[in-house]
Design a protein around this ligand. Structure first.
Ligand code: NDP
Length: 245
């Protein structure tokens, strides 16, 4: 894997949408893409967090980002279609899409999973990715090269007791990526998954409250793979799941 400190500004003229851009890994990915020259579309649930990321990008001299406040839990096909139309109007095309936002849901025995929790996790982690990717395909096709990154987890590679809907939704994410990569093989659109590995974020603290965060990587430390998969000069990968650690 390349070390990207030597390739500053290689994302000049690129427009990249990041979901869950207000916190954790998504926030760091948005800041990093902006640092390397991209114009970033910040999508997330909490507007204050998105505004804070916006301010940090501007303060560092980055291109002015766009903010899309959207709760993936309630978003409809029309919301995504409106967003896609606005992106084509404002930017002409979309070069990159990082599906990063996720909802953990309830961790516990399979027999106690409620239908409500199952729906909520699948709505945020899987259904929204289907609707958003479908709506954005025309904008992604207009780019010279485009890269769609999905986010999986070790739990999407090997199911584990008590991780119920979250783990199963990550298997579905891998499946969606593989179907799309096969369908778009030999085109200029690439689809891959990143497995971030244990990383110090709010979601991680919620899932493992007793864990010593000092033993975890920070989002900043895992950014090389996020840059690599957006680098159309270096990466021809498609259909792959890459471990960030
Ligand atoms: P965080 O909880 O730190 O950040 C998640 C982001 O997603 C937040 O900005 C949050 O917004 C946003 N989000 C959550 N729900 C919604 C929603 N309904 N609509 C819009 N935005 C939403 O998580 P991480 O950074 O840890 O996780 C990022 C990705 O990495 C996830 O896909 C996760 O499954 C994966 N992952 C993480 C690991 C880790 O150790 N951290 C390990 C393996 C995988 P808000 O802050 O406004 O709620």
């Amino acid at each position: 894997m390349l070390k990207y400190s030597s390739k500053k500004q290689f994302l000049n003229d690129k427009t990249i949408l990041v979901t869950g851009a207000g916190d954790g890994i998504g926030k760091q990915a948005a800041l990093t893409y902006a640092e390397y020259g991209a114009t970033v579309i910040l999508l997330g649930k909490t507007v204050k967090k998105l505004e804070s990321v916006y301010d940090q990008i501007i303060a560092k001299g980055g291109n002015e980002p766009a903010i899309v406040p959207l709760d993936l839990k309630g978003a409809t096909a029309k919301n995504y279609q409106d967003m896609a139309n606005t992106i084509i109007d404002q930017f002409g095309c979309l070069d990159g899409l990082l599906h990063n936002a996720s909802f953990l849901g309830h961790i516990g025995p399979f027999g106690q999973i409620t239908e409500e929790d199952w729906h909520a996790v699948f709505q945020v982690n899987t259904h929204s990715q289907f609707l958003m990717t479908q709506a954005l395909l025309p904008a992604l096709k207009k780019a010279q090269n485009s890269s769609i990154i999905f986010t999986t987890s070790g739990l999407g590679l090997k199911g584990k007791a008590y991780w119920g809907p979250y783990a199963i939704s990550k298997f579905a994410t891998q499946g969606m990526m593989q179907v799309l990569a096969d369908e778009y093989e030999n085109t200029h659109i690439r689809f891959n998954c990143i497995n971030p590995g244990p990383t110090h974020t709010a979601l991680r603290s919620l899932a493992f409250p007793g864990e010593n965060a000092k033993n975890l990587k920070t989002p900043e430390e895992i950014m090389d793979v996020y840059l690599y998969l957006m680098d159309s000069e270096e990466s021809l990968d498609t259909g792959k799941t890459i471990n960030a650690q």
